[in-house]
Design a protein. Sequence first.
Length: 282
Amino acid sequence: MLAATVLAGGYSHSTWLVTLSGGPVVARFGGGDPAIEAAVMARAPGPVPSVLSVDPMVISFVEGTPLSSVLASAAPDLAGLGHVVGREVAGVAAVRFDRPGFFTGPSLSVGEQPPWSAQLPGFASQCAAKVPSSRLDTATLSAWVDLCAEHAPALSAVEHQACLAHGDINPKNILVSHADGSWRVDALLDWEFSYSGSPYADAANMARFGADYPPDFMPAFAAGFASGLTDLPPVDEWPYIGRVFDMFALTDLTTRPEGHEVADQAAAIIRQWTKTGVPRTL
């Protein structure tokens, strides 16, 4: 090993850029089951790094700029970027499984579980008991649990869907580049939270903090995403259904320890939704 540098990355693991005699690779320590993640990455369509080692997880280095950095800059044609990213994210759903649920091992078999609509109310209630009191007060948490129960039935429209879902698709997990006047996606990273489910959850994951993005990006992302789901029957109000799916993640995030930046952002969304309702659009 010639050099090692810590990379900005996930909150559940540490990521290092390691320079070897043969070139750079990326090593990750911590997080979910690396054997499951490696199997998912081997099946995932689109631009996905190659897995060089499973334990520890070592993947090929991919040149590119994090989408989060691009959205924070004065980059050109953010509408074009949004459309390209939307289609790439939708493409993940081309991989199908026998049933929705979570992977039980590297064979990517999916365990049986209750429908998502039946899980959300209880999940919200269980998580509420773990949220630091400094993050959300009791009244807000109670209102949030009621809101989850109210909107959970919307998931019944798509809970039969058994597509590959990334589970953590957001601007820090996407590498992009701009050349010859157009954008391309170079890599989709960090597949440790992937599962079998609805692609609309991934779309809502991207939209979670969309209010912080430049205004041209999210409408183009939504259009690109919808156009990329060519082999799924159209679903009415899919952006709203995606937002309801995201209530799982928002609830879980708020249970993180005090001082967790993303958890505090999730809490701000929960406070907003308990006042204004679940958004119907991305």
